[in-house]
Design a protein around this ligand. Structure first.
Ligand SMILES: *Cc1c(COP(=O)(O)O)cnc(C)c1O
Length: 418
């Protein structure tokens, strides 16, 4: 187990296509390009992922101002000093959001959550090697942990030991300590996991990591731009961040609920010494992709200044209201039911059919009406297919009403064909 257990399908490719011999006019290309884009689900009807938003409109201005600059983790700082300052200050602001205001901390803007998690796992592995801890590195994480950790296992030669899940998709915590051994280089948990936004018990993980003296990484892809603002809004939010002293690193995806354009995520390390002695050659590249468009740093830095916590609270409140309205709407439709109806609702909802109508058919009906949703599987070896909604905080309420109408029609159509 652990190594791509749910590998599914090959990428569908079109027929072979020759490279054009001669160019054509700009207008023709733009027309063809527009035709291609019309095949996409319209962004405002896309309930499939938070990036569909679109990103906050301000970020386009910031992006354009800075797009001729770049940033790399340790190179070109003198040439594009302002851009580098924006990256580093954005890292400081996000660290602060995650309760880490410490000079010794260090972080980067990466190309996404996958890179952030890869980087954390590489760092934990190199740290363990330097301490001559093990030559057979392992990590311990719940089965619901993101694909990127299994990718890290594959790329870096780390064995992934998975904690089984309870019916409510929380990890079986009584297994954690027995999976930790002298080869464990890190324990990983998620705040919350990505499929249905089920929260791992981060505090319990932190206590175990402390007792066992093992590196702890928290994947807060969604949580970093969710929980600080929910807390401000008066929700009760469990401790999930650097306020827990044994958390060594965290990541959060600003291109998800942070409203920054793709591709921008943050990875943050509590102590900069973890990067001592890491081989980087003279360019000191600490990240996995190196050169990044300066527009990303400007978009993130600029948007944090523009919105502040206050602005993010407003967008998040909107998303939570829409999620609740969708949950009510779905519960009122005969033939479908919500998954995990009793858990605290954030920005992701899952639902499935209640009769023998295959979920895949319902999915196709929804898509044929030009609404975007995800077809997913619940995590674990016996994963069940379900339909997933992941909201952008930029989504407008009226589209949620439209979605429920389209879903009602889709359920009827899928049942009549079943
Ligand atoms: C989205 C997500 C990731 C990966 O992020 P990308 O930006 O898609 O690379 C990692 N972990 C969790 C929990 C996620 O939801």
């Amino acid at each position: 187990m652990g190594e791509f257990t749910q590998a599914r399908r090959l990428r569908r490719m079109p027929q072979p296509m020759s490279f054009p011999e001669r160019g054509i006019s700009q207008n023709d290309v733009l027309r063809m390009l527009t035709e291609k884009l019309c095949k996409n689900i319209p962004p405002e009807q896309n309930f499939c992922n938070p990036y569909a938003g679109p990103p906050h409109p301000f970020t386009r201005m910031a992006w354009e101002l800075a797009q001729n600059s770049f940033f790399v983790s340790g190179w070109g700082e003198e040439i594009y000093r302002g851009t580098h300052e924006m990256e580093m200050e954005a890292v400081r602001m996000v660290s602060s959001l995650l309760n880490l205001d410490d000079e010794k901390s260090l972080g980067f803007i990466t190309s996404g959550g996958t890179e952030s998690n890869l980087l954390a796992m590489r760092t934990a592995k190199l740290l363990a090697e330097r301490r001559k801890k093990t030559s057979r590195p392992e990590i311990v994480m719940p089965y619901s942990g993101h694909f990127s950790f299994r990718l890290a296992g594959n790329l870096f030669g780390i064995r992934v030991r998975e904690i089984e899940l309870n019916d409510d998709l929380t990890p079986k915590m009584d297994q954690v300590e027995s999976l930790i051994n002298e080869n464990t280089i890190a324990v990983v948990c998620s705040a919350p996991e990505g499929t249905l936004q089920v929260m791992d018990p981060i505090k319990e993980f932190a206590e175990i990591a402390e007792r066992k003296n093992v590196y702890l990484h928290v994947d807060a892809a969604f949580g970093g731009f969710l929980f600080p603002f929910m807390k401000d809004l008066g929700y009760s939010v469990p401790a999930f961040d650097f306020s827990l002293p044994s958390v060594c690193s965290m990541m959060t995806d600003s291109h998800k609920l942070g409203l920054v354009p793709i591709a921008a995520s943050f990875v943050i390390f509590r102590e900069n010494y973890v990067f001592d002695d890491i081989p980087t050659e003279h360019v000191t590249i600490h990240t996995i992709t190196s050169t990044k468009n300066g527009g990303l740093a400007a978009a993130a830095w600029g948007l944090f200044q523009l919105l502040g916590r206050e602005g993010y609270r407003k967008y998040l409140q909107n998303a939570l209201e829409i999620a609740n309205a969708l949950a009510r709407g779905i519960s009122g439709i005969q033939g479908v039911k919500l998954l995990a109806p009793n858990k605290q609702l954030y920005t992701v909802l899952g639902f499935t059919t209640t009769d023998r109508t295959p979920v895949e058919n319902l999915y196709k009906e929804i898509l044929s009406r030009r609404w975007g949703v995800g077809l997913e599987r619940t995590p674990g070896p016996r994963g069940m297919p379900f339909i997933r909604i992941s909201l952008s905080p930029m989504r407008e309420k009226r589209y949620a009403e439209g979605f429920i109408g389209a879903l009602e029609e889709s359920v009827r159509a899928a049942r009549s064909k079943a």
